[in-house]
Write a protein that binds this ligand. Structure first.
Ligand code: PEP
Ligand code: MG
Length: 540
């Protein structure tokens, strides 16, 4: 038996035969060429084939994954046509007289390195793997290497060195019990896709792709992050039992659909979902969310070349409001900046973007951008029960300024006879400053939503993206809990309701405590809703 540890990206236990996927090696020898024009034409031809392949894969992916996830195919087509990429290949061929494959490889690497160096920005760092992925696709076309994966009919545990996002979506998932990759990270696109496909996945296992593993029995334990090859009898027996238990528990939770989230003494707690797009709202409904506690609207602004129009935003907000059929939908105005960058915002390079021009600071600096979103939100508020909240608030003055802009937007819409609703307004409490002046902020708004992800980062002065701080990051730090308690007390003194929408809201070790201090609502990722409901119903 071989036991390997990795990072679990998607929970579950899978037992089945192992399929080792060794991708065919491409040749990466740099040779001096005498016919640059021909090589350049070969590159253009290969690039066209790669684009056509991506287009076809994108079509196939539709319906299988969310539109947002299927976007990756469009993004890769755009990157293939990126002028910096093309120029770098051209320089390699025409100036350095390199063969097309090597020039493409070199161009992909140099762009990947530029993005990988942006280590203060996880989103940009991910673009590095995208450039490697597109370069590899062109090289395979140049060398006529078909890398189609044909899986057996009986589903297998797919073991690979790494999987690119396009490969992950391209795989026929009905033939896959689990993914295990040697490389990969928790927040990569691939990991996010595996989660949205709901396939048990371990990444960063360092597994070797040995022929002898192929066809052997394997167990992927996504609960504890372990991968067993050729397991011993007792391990197999134990994990088989655990698998059945886990699946039973998941099934049993379904019985809580439609059941009230109420403590034994009759206190009602709102269990809401966090979403990033319209498809997520569908999933939230499947898990019986009682509302949407955080719609991260900035996702509408990412992965594109220009601002989303008022109309486009209006349609998305309206769609979610209508889908939720009268349940509350709290939309957060855009939280661009820090780890979520969009080039077209052209935010000047900052030394310290997490403390820089982000979120409401951008909106107040660029009211014309803010107003487009507010118009879309107010128009959509006529179609459901909308709430609007503002991220990264630090002062009463900011809130006053926001309220002033809202009055202008409402007047403009009413002057044009456009119907609007009357959404509740709230602020996120995600800076220590906001928590400390929550008594003053409570006079201005209808609700608070505590963003524990940023509140932790700013209270402890520890970058939330920095994995090497893990041992210092006490997520239950007294300082944080005191700020939360203070916020709830100040809010309730002014009849303002309080929810928690950061990751801590789903931390079952804190649920009883949150309820005991009076938190009114928890907003969590949809798959966590039913197990939290079960827990809350057991509290006194
Ligand atoms: C938070 O900071 O807790 C939060 C919910 O916002 P985000 O994670 O999007 O920054
Ligand atoms: Mg935040």
């Amino acid at each position: 038996m071989v036991k390997i540890e990795g990072q679990s990206v998607q929970k579950g236990i899978a037992i089945g035969n192992i399929f080792v996927w060794k991708k065919k090696e491409v040749s990466l020898k740099a040779t001096k060429i005498s016919n640059p024009e021909e090589e350049l034409n070969a590159f253009y031809e290969a690039r066209e084939k790669a684009i056509a392949e991506l287009r076809e894969m994108g079509e196939k992916a539709k319906g299988k994954v969310s539109d947002e996830d299927a976007e990756i195919f469009t993004v890769h087509q755009m990157l293939l046509q990126d002028l910096d990429f093309e120029d770098a290949v051209k320089d390699g061929i025409l100036q350095e007289h390199l063969n097309a494959s090597y020039a493409t490889y070199q161009a992909g690497e140099s762009l990947a390195e530029i993005f990988a160096a942006m280590d203060d920005n996880a989103y940009m760092m991910e673009r590095a793997s995208d450039f490697r992925d597109i370069a590899a696709r062109v090289i395979r076309k140049l060398q006529n290497i078909e890398d189609k994966l044909t899986l057996p009919e009986t589903p297998v545990i797919l073991v690979a060195d790494d999987l690119s996002p396009t490969e992950t979506i391209g795989i026929d998932t009905s033939s896959v019990l689990a993914f295990v990759t040697a490389k990969g990270s928790m927040n990569s696109h691939t990991a996010i896709l595996a989660r949205s496909l709901g396939i048990t996945t371990l990444v960063n296992t360092g597994v070797e792709l040995l022929d002898e593993y192929h066809g052997k029995l394997g167990i992927v334990d996504g609960l504890s992050g372990r991968f067993f090859i050729d397991p011993e009898e007792d391990v197999l027996y134990h994990l088989q039992t655990e698998k059945e238990q886990y699946e039973e528990e998941q099934k049993a939770l379904q019985e809580l659909i439609g059941v009230e989230t109420i403590t034994r003494s009759g206190r009602k707690i709102g269990l809401y979902a966090n979403i990033g797009n319209v498809e997520d709202a569908q999933r939230a409904l499947r898990y019986d969310a009682e509302g949407i506690g955080l719609f991260r609207s900035e996702f509408l602004y990412l992965n594109r070349n220009d601002y989303p129009s008022e109309e486009e935003q209006f349609e998305s907000y309206k769609q979610v409001a209508e889908m939720m059929e009268g349940k509350e939908v709290i939309i957060r105005t855009l939280d661009i900046g820090a780890d979520k960058q969009a080039d077209y915002f052209q935010i000047p390079k900052e030394e310290n973007p997490a403390m820089g021009l982000r979120a409401i600071r951008i909106c107040l600096t660029r009211p014309e951008v803010f107003k487009v979103q507010l118009r879309a939100l107010y128009r959509a508020s006529a179609f459901g029960k909308l709430g609007i909240m503002f991220p990264m608030i630090t002062s009463v003055e900011e809130v006053d300024e926001i309220l002033g802009i809202i009055e202008e937007v409402k007047k403009e819409l009413l002057d044009k006879n456009i119907e609007i609703g009357d959404p509740d307004l709230g602020v996120m409490i995600e800076t220590p400053a906001a928590a400390l002046i929550s008594d003053l902020l409570a006079e201005k708004v209808d609700f608070f939503s505590i963003g524990t992800n940023d509140l932790t980062q700013y209270t402890l002065a520890m970058d939330r993206q920095n994995a090497s701080l893990a041992r210092f990051q006490n997520i239950h730090h007294q300082a944080l809990l005191r700020l939360i308690e203070m916020t709830v007390r100040n809010a309730h003194a002014k009849n303002v309701r309080v929810g928690i929408c950061g990751e801590l809201g789903a931390d079952s070790d804190l649920t009883e405590y949150f309820i005991s201090i009076g938190v009114d609502e928890l907003s969590v990722s949809a798959p966590r809703i039913l197990s939290l409901r079960k827990q809350i119903r057991e509290f006194a």
